[in-house]
Ligand binder design. Sequence first.
Ligand SMILES: [Cu+2]
Length: 261
Amino acid sequence: MCNLKLLLLSAVSCIVFLAGCGGGGDEDTASDGTSGATSATMAEPAGSSTVSGTINFTGTAPEQQQLNLDRECQELRDEPALSQQVVVNDDNTLRWVFVYVKEGLGDQEFGVSGEEVVLDQQGCMYEPHVIGIQAGQTLKILNSDPLLHNIHALPEQNRPFNFGMPTAGQEREQSFRVPEVMVRIKCDVHPWMESWAGVTEHPYHSVSGEDGSFSIDNLPAGDYVIEAWHEQFGTQTQNVTVGDDEAATVDFSFGGEAAAS
Ligand SMILES: [Cu+2]
């Protein structure tokens, strides 16, 4: 009887999430070796340079819109859910900007970081909204909610993945094989749920936080093109030269007149 019940359950979820069960093709991701944390090494050669800075916002900061959650999701939350698309901090800096080394590392090869990048589903929102991850690095996807989410990645260079996570405490590992800035991730059950992953060949990336700052550490000395990406304001690049044991500062400005390139 137990087996029959299981069979019925999976049949039902297949009907609801056809794409996740049929042509999803994500099953082999875990066995292709790219997500094997045990064999991963830390990125090398680790340098001694740092490029850091602040993402400033110019113009009038828009109000963060309150999202229209369904009742089931609202009941999980103490506070209303706010849109994460444009988040201007109190000090007029911009959150959720993905900053990375776009050019300048040449043909250097980097070991894949053994650290997992965690993407949680919590209160019917993704946490965090923007992640940086190396190609081949493990992305650990969690469901902290006692309800069904269907996580759906929509890359152009990488293999898409799409599957349901029906219970609280569920975990699943994925990875992206090749660099891609950016990969959109959404939930097919809750249309407001959206997250972005910046996938790079190397570990030199950062996401601006609650003070608008970013920091790219352990860089080798060199001449670099640094790109900053924001989902509404597009991308900007700047050149920077940094020597051994040096720290260089690169600030960006988005919004207002300085909007998207
Ligand atoms: Cu969801």
